[in-house]
Structures are given as C-alpha cells and as structure tokens.
Write a protein that binds this ligand. Structure first.
Ligand code: EPU
Length: 359
C-alpha cells in the first residue's frame, strides 16, 4: 500500500497525556522501505522529523510540531532461534508491536527476563530508546541488538547491546545520537524456563508467603502498577499521564546529609539507593512530597496523580502550558528546599522548550 502523508494532524490523541497541537505532516510506516521513504520526504522538504511510538512518554507543545511526525508501525514477533547464544531464546520484535502484549507473550512461553516490565504502555521500539525499566528489570539486560535506520548514512544498521550505550533511562538514542536512528526491530534474549526476578521491595513483600512464577510476577506487577495509577485504563482519571514525569535524581553521596539536615531527619530516613561508588539515587516522588506537594494537588487543568506523586496528569482539558506550569512549580520548590533540579522524564516535542508564558 502506498504510504500517505497527511497534513495538520492533531497529535494529542496519539499521546497518553492527550495534550498538544497538530503535526504539519503525519505518516505511518508499516515497513522498512516506508521508513526510508519518510526520511526522504522530510529531507526533500527540509522538514524536521519526529519519530512517534506509543506516545506514552511525550509532551507535545500546544503549537504542535512544524515538521513530519512518523509513526513507526512495523509489526511481527519472530522467534529467531532458541537454544543458541548460551541457552537463551532470541525474539525479534517489530518496533510497532504493543509492548505489554509482547511481555504477555514471553511470559506465556515461560521465557524469563521481561516479567517485571508488565503493564508499561507504549511500543517495543521505544524500549531501547529510554532503556525502559521497572520493578528490578530494565531492557538493557535482555536486548541483544537493535535494528535501525541510520538517517546519517541513509542505511539500515544493526547495533549491539554495547553500541546502544545503555544507562539509567538513557541510551545513545536519546543522548549522543539523538535524532540519528529510527528503531525498526529489537531483538531480546530471554531465558527459557528461567526464574522470575523478585528483587524490588514491592515484589519481595508481595511474595512473602506465596510462590513467585513468571506469570504470578506479571500479575503482581500489573496489580502494583494499577494501584499506583500507572496502568492506562479507560475511565481512570489518573491514567491521562506520561508515566513518571521526573527522573530519580542521581546525586553525589554528600547530598544525603544536606537533605537530612534540611528536614531534621536522620540520614537513614531519606530513601536512597547506591549508584556507583560516589553517587546515590534519590527518590523524586519522596522529595516532591517533602517539598510540600500532596497526591492529587491541582494547578489549573493539571494535577499530581492521586496515587503516585511522580506522575503529572491531565485533568481533562489541560494544554501543554498547564502541564509545564505545574512542572515548573514542582521543580522550583524542590530546588529551593534541597538544591536539586529535577529532570523531566517525558520527551518534549515541538522545538526548544520555551518558558511557560510563551508555550
Ligand atoms: N514514593 C513516594 N511517594 C509516592 C510514590 C513513591 O514518596 O507517591 C517514594 C517512596 O520512597 C518509594 C519510592 O518513591 O519507596 C519508589 O517508588 P516507586 O516504587 O513507585 O518507584 P519510582 O522511583 O517512583 C520508578 C520508575 C517507574 C517504575 C517504578 C517501579 C523512574 C523515573 N520511574 O518509579 O517507571 O514503574 O520505579 O520500578 O525511574 C516511568 O518511567 O514512567 C515509570 C513508571
């Protein structure tokens, strides 16, 4: 089928936050030649190109996007070899496959490695970009290689796990090589009949008195996420969100005593996890609460989720400027209290991020 390029397509319906203006051009790629064609279309017209996956981690500006938005819809899950590569099973997954359906598929086949990543919205192609992680697993542990279109070389390439440069919520795709690659397939290496990962506190507690299998861990994660309003479901107000709105800050270890002093608390009471020898990861949700915000706090048409302080939700009619106004209020308050500037987690679409009054 011939690829269509549509004009002035509203982007809000393509995002879980349901915010933002139109794309000047919009196209959907169903195959690898389509991806190359879309890149050529944008190049010929000197348009910026933005690649859209499931839209679960995006904040689109009210002015929309002045170039071509390409939705990557390549489908297909191929079992590309079992028993090779150290007894692992390889699955090559089209970037447009819904992520959670693939996790369910892997769990049904008793393949371990993704069970803790259940209930995450979005498409498989987005998982390497921000190294999706939750409940003790992240995709960098199972991704073997990524197939992508290189917009610089105008050719398809295969990138090994090491070449993806994975770190906490990051990879070359959203840092050093941002805008260079369009992911079309991801190959995951899973462990046949492997044990589930039960390392995260919430899960250990859940399985205190019962047996953890791949499928019970999947169920547990779905339950825990639903409790925190982190599963997209119709009729759930808290699910008009982009998931975690802030990254958990990684700070020098000395910051811990500063926070404890500011709150007149013993250091042990400040939730933190080691991150290398000299740094630690702090919990953004906890810092936000200590800076005076409560779950359900509302500013205009934007609010903090009533079930998880890390999520900002659209109360129904929010525009990007409303979301940004709440973001700024939170960032400033945490900075004033603790000297830590929280970094937003969702990707901003629509050119350089202007100050709130100009969005
Ligand atoms: N906490 C609060 N208030 C809350 C929720 C959490 O103070 O309302 C504090 C508590 O100290 C709690 C700690 O935060 O012990 C951790 O909370 P949680 O387990 O919910 O994890 P998180 O750090 O808030 C991260 C990921 C989530 C992922 C969960 C579970 C980031 C930015 N977020 O959240 O990922 O689902 O861990 O592993 O790393 C996402 O990125 O969109 C996302 C949902």
């Amino acid at each position: 089928m011939q690829m269509e390029f549509d004009e002035n397509v509203p982007l809000a319906p393509y995002t879980t936050l349901r915010v933002g203006g139109p794309a000047r051009w919009f196209a959907e790629a169903a195959s690898e030649p389509d991806v190359a064609m879309a890149v050529a279309f944008a190049r010929d017209r000197r348009l910026p190109l933005f690649v859209l996956g499931g839209g679960s981690n995006l904040l689109v500006s009210d002015g929309g996007f002045p170039g071509l938005v390409l939705r990557v819809g390549l489908r297909g899950i191929d079992a590309t070899g079992e028993g090779h590569l150290g007894g692992k099973a390889a699955y090559s997954v089209g970037a447009g496959e819904p992520w959670d359906a693939f996790v369910a598929y892997a769990v049904e086949r008793k393949q371990a490695g993704l069970e803790c990543l259940s209930g995450i919205p979005g498409l498989a192609g987005g998982t390497p970009v921000q190294n999706v992680g939750a409940y003790g697993q992240e995709v960098s542990q199972t991704i073997h290689q990524v197939r992508a279109y290189d917009r610089r070389a105008l050719a398809y390439v295969l990138l090994s796990n090491a070449e993806c440069g994975f770190a906490y919520r990051s990879s070359i795709f959203n840092t050093t090589e941002r805008d260079r690659y369009i992911v079309t397939r991801v190959e995951y290496l899973l462990t046949p009949d492997g044990a589930p990962t039960v390392s995260y506190q919430d899960l250990k507690l859940y399985f205190k008195d019962s047996e953890a299998t791949l499928s019970t861990v999947r169920q547990a994660v779905l339950e825990i996420r639903a409790r925190k309003g982190m599963v997209i479901s119709q009729g759930d107000r808290d699910s008009l969100s982009a998931g975690s709105f802030f990254k958990n800050p990684v700070e020098p270890s000395a910051t811990l005593s500063r926070i404890a002093a500011a709150l007149q608390l013993p250091e042990e009471s400040v939730p933190h996890y080691p991150a290398g020898k000299t740094h630690m990861k702090l919990m953004a949700a906890w810092l936000i609460e200590q800076a005076g915000f409560r779950k359900g706090y509302r500013l205009g048409a934007a609010a903090i989720s009533s079930r998880h302080t890390l999520a900002i939700v659209n109360c129904g009619e929010a525009r990007a400027r409303d979301i940004i106004a709440l973001r700024d209020q939170i960032v400033e308050a945490v900075d004033r209290r603790f000297g830590i500037r929280l970094q937003p987690e969702p990707v901003w679409v629509g050119g350089p991020l202007p100050p709130p009054e100009r969005i």
